[in-house]
Design a binder for this molecule. Structure first.
Ligand code: MGD
Ligand code: MGD
Ligand code: SF4
Ligand code: MO
Length: 704
């Protein structure tokens, strides 16, 4: 048995693991107790990745889809020749503007894959880019760029020192947190709470972390965070809690911020947010009275209609009260390179005029993907999907399926024959994380204790699986473009080696030699305003001029939302659990144990009674966008009026994932909007929370 140090690349903490390899085969993963940062923590999902490595339903060979819809295994040479032939034909007939790419979430955890796939897409001249980012966090980049001049500045709570931490729209127990890496975050929170720190979870659901005695929940009506935060700031200001001297020194446009929050006092927003005015005022007073106070927001806030403004106010809460760059407040972490500089940008230059209106440069809204294929003047004809499953992860599955059917070429690079891959012309089998060399790149800039760690491929790739960097360059080579595979000794690591050395004096060879985590400096107060702020004048912008239209829209939506409060409809939110990872743990049998064979609709008991639904009742959830069938799970953790489903299910459309297909569950994305009005204009982030739905019981089938 060979034991090799490695680390998990499923979610952000990047837990250190030990890979147990027997006869060249990965047989077991165990926590790395000697890991200086993650100290033996791991979750069961991380350890179960060995099942993904060995899953008999994995993609093992390149495949071409035959005209009759069946799949044929082919060699890499044949797959590449055919893909290149089709790619050339599309570009010859429709030009480069007809090409597009969708890059999914696992690419953010893949140092060589993300780098070289990016290079490939540039070399191919791919014009239209989509990514999973407009499904989870696009608003954060836009807000930070506008406020701090860099899309990569996301100050994290100084958890160990904090006395009050407001956690908005995040469920650390399920997700291990996002844009904020703390190993065993729940254990850390529990420890910090035990020494007397107060946690407040702002969430339409009393999450598991709250139930474990860590903190209290403020139930908020979904998609109203911007008004809650405005009111919190308003009340803090009324208590004299703004630190004008800090703002004068490091910021500008404070009066404009005050004008924005003026109408939103705790009373004005209470009906809309569902948070009692007294509770908001109490929290404001606590914030003012607690010098070491911090805040963190995640996808629940991002997925509303105003994620950019809401995240702006998160930054404001810590900046204008002097809690940013202060002990126990929010601090900016660096990784092995100063990523704030590389994210520097000017918001005004960030938008392009398109046939679908002004859109944020970079990733196009995922909820316009089917439109760009079906309704565009210059329709997408060829698309490359890498490590993504847009058919399940984006709204509008039916229309997206029709769109994929119109493509002349769909290339899917994945580890599984995913729902999306079913519509491909070519599928290319990627290695999984234990079959490739890697560097922990995901949490650069958001780690409580940054570290750099290299892992080798701990097992030989099975069958014909190949790492994405190789696939990217093999395709370029086939097309006669510059490819590192033409070099005598291809060196995919060159750029990372350079960045490690230049950014923090680390030597890749040393990381490779010991496979151990190399600790980097922890975030410290004191240097933020000089080192991290990259606005043209070096000042934090308390009310970016580019937000003017969004601010008007916010005031307008306030009026509209007030009308909706009493419309009697339920509001759908999403959640994660520890047995799924987006759509890709669906085929792991041990994740289905304990009856976890579907994703029910959770509902507060009062709503269940009102609708005459018992626990386990079969229901149809519907709205103007679509409908899904599932069962009810009565759950008093939910705020009354709110219903919730775990996403990543709906595997009736994944016939080759046998376990997933047997326990398909329902895809809540069927209930989400696409097209006009489906995304936040500033950031292209999809509107995914607080969606009005109706729920009705399904007549039991007649017996006999
Ligand atoms: N309704 C609803 N929808 C959501 C969300 C929600 O909360 N509610 N959450 C959203 C979020 S946060 C995200 S990030 C997106 C995710 O959106 P996507 O990234 O499109 O979806 P995933 O399900 O993560 O799909 C990842 C795909 O990558 C494959 N894969 C895994 N590892 C590798 C690898 O190493 N290499 C390659 N090539 N492929 C690999 C998996 O088999 C899977 O097919 O979904 C979003 N969708
Ligand atoms: N086990 C597991 N872990 C994961 C993933 C997974 O699928 N499974 N996915 C990974 C990915 S890609 C990501 S992006 C991260 C996401 O990590 P998190 O952001 O922590 O995601 P969730 O656990 O879904 O928590 C979102 C919370 O927002 C709440 N919420 C919903 N709507 C609103 C709202 O309008 N306002 C407020 N204030 N709260 C709201 C929900 O009740 C939920 O508790 O998790 C990562 N980790
Ligand atoms: S917490 Fe995340 S990184 Fe750690 S073992 Fe689990 S899935 Fe992997
Ligand atoms: Mo995500």
């Amino acid at each position: 048995m060979v034991e090799t140090r490695t680390f998990c690349r499923i979610c952000e903490p990047s837990c250190g693991l030990v890979a147990h390899v027997e006869g060249g085969q990965l047989v077991k993963l165990s926590p790395d107790r000697d890991h200086a940062v993650t100290q033996g923590f791991s979750c069961h999902k991380g350890l179960a990745a060995v099942d993904i490595h060995r899953d008999p339903d994995r993609l093992d060979h390149p495949q071409l889809r035959s005209p009759d819809g069946t799949w044929r295994d082919v060699s890499w040479d044949e797959a590449m020749a055919e893909t290149a032939r089709r790619w050339r034909a599309v570009v010859a007939a429709h030009g480069e503007q007809s090409t597009a790419a969708y890059v999914g979430n696992p690419m953010a955890f893949n140092a060589l894959g993300s780098l070289h796939v990016g290079q490939m897409l540039r070399a191919l001249g791919v014009r239209r880019h989509f990514s999973s980012g407009t499904q989870d966090c696009a608003n954060k980049f836009v807000a930070s760029e506008a406020v701090f001049g860099s899309s990569n500045v996301h100050p994290i709570p100084d958890l160990e020192q904090t006395d009050l931490c407001i956690v908005i729209g995040e469920n650390p127990r399920a997700s291990q947190a996002s844009f904020y890496s703390v190993p065993n975050v729940l254990g850390a929170m529990r420890r910090v709470a035990a020494r007397g720190a107060r946690f407040v979870f702002v969430n339409p659901r009393r999450i598991e972390s709250a139930e474990q005695g860590i903190g209290d929940t403020l139930w908020i009506r979904p998609d109203t965070d911007v008004w809650f935060l405005a009111a919190l700031l308003h009340e803090i200001d009324a208590l004299g809690g703004f630190r004008d001297e800090v703002v004068r020194r490091h910021g500008q446009h404070l009066e404009e911020l005050r004008r924005f929050i003026a109408p939103y006092d705790a009373d004005a927003v209470a009906e809309i947010t569902g948070i009692a005015a007294d509770a908001t005022r109490e929290l404001a007073a606590a914030w003012v009275a607690t010098p070491r106070a911090s805040v963190h927001a995640s996808t629940g806030l991002n997925m509303g209609r105003q994620g950019t403004l809401a995240y702006w106010l998160v930054h404001m809460l810590s900046f204008v009260t002097g809690r940013l760059d202060a002990e126990g407040g929010n601090l900016k972490s660096d990784g092995f390179y100063p990523n704030a500089r590389s994210g520097a940008g000017v918001p005004e230059q960030g938008y392009v005029d398109t046939e679908f209106g002004m859109l944020r440069r970079g990733a196009l809204p995922g909820t316009l993907m089917s439109h760009a294929i079906l309704d565009s003047d210059t329709p997408i004809k060829a698309m490359i999907v890498v490590a993504g499953n847009p058919l399940l992860s984006i709204a509008g599955q039916d229309r997206l399926r029709k769109a994929f059917e119109q493509l002349e070429l769909l290339i899917v690079i994945d580890i599984y024959p995913s729902a999306t891959a079913e519509h491909a012309h070519v599928v290319l089998p990627a290695t999984d994380m234990y079959e490739r060399d890697d560097l922990n790149i995901v949490n650069i800039g958001t780690s409580a204790q940054p570290f750099a760690q290299y892992t080798p491929a701990v097992a030989e790739p099975m069958a014909e699986r190949r790492p994405e960097w190789w696939i990217a360059h093999r395709f370029l080579q086939e097309l006669g473009l510059t490819s590192i595979l033409d070099d005598e000794t291809p060196d995919p690591w060159a750029k990372w080696r350079h960045m490690l050395a230049k950014g923090s004096g680390l030597d890749l060879a040393e990381l490779q030699a010991d496979g151990a985590p190399h600790l980097l400096p922890r975030p410290e107060p004191g240097a933020f305003f000089d080192a991290q702020v990259h606005t043209p004048d070096g000042l934090v912008d308390c009310c970016p001029p580019g937000f003017a239209t969004a601010i008007d829209r916010c005031h307008r939506l306030f009026g509209e939302t007030r009308q909706e409060v009493s419309d009697g409809r339920l509001r759908l939110i999403h959640r994660r659990d520890a047995w799924m990872h987006n759509s890709w743990f669906a085929n792991v049998p041990r994740m289905k144990r304990g009856g976890r064979t579907t994703n029910p609709l959770s509902m507060h008991p009062d709503d269940a009674v009102r609708l005459g639904l018992a626990d386990g009742a079969a229901v149809v959830v519907s709205n103007e966008h679509g409908q899904v069938a599932t069962v009810v799970e009565v759950d008093d953790a939910l705020m009354p009026g709110v219903v919730s489903m775990v996403h990543g299910w709906g595997h009736a459309v994944s016939p080759r994932l046998r376990v997933a297909h047997e326990h398909p569950g329902a895809n809540p994305n069927e209930l989400l909007p696409i097209g006009d009005g489906s995304f936040e204009p500033l950031s292209s982030q999809a509107h995914m929370t607080g969606i009005a739905v109706d729920v009705r019981a399904v007549e039991p089938a007649p017996i006999g």
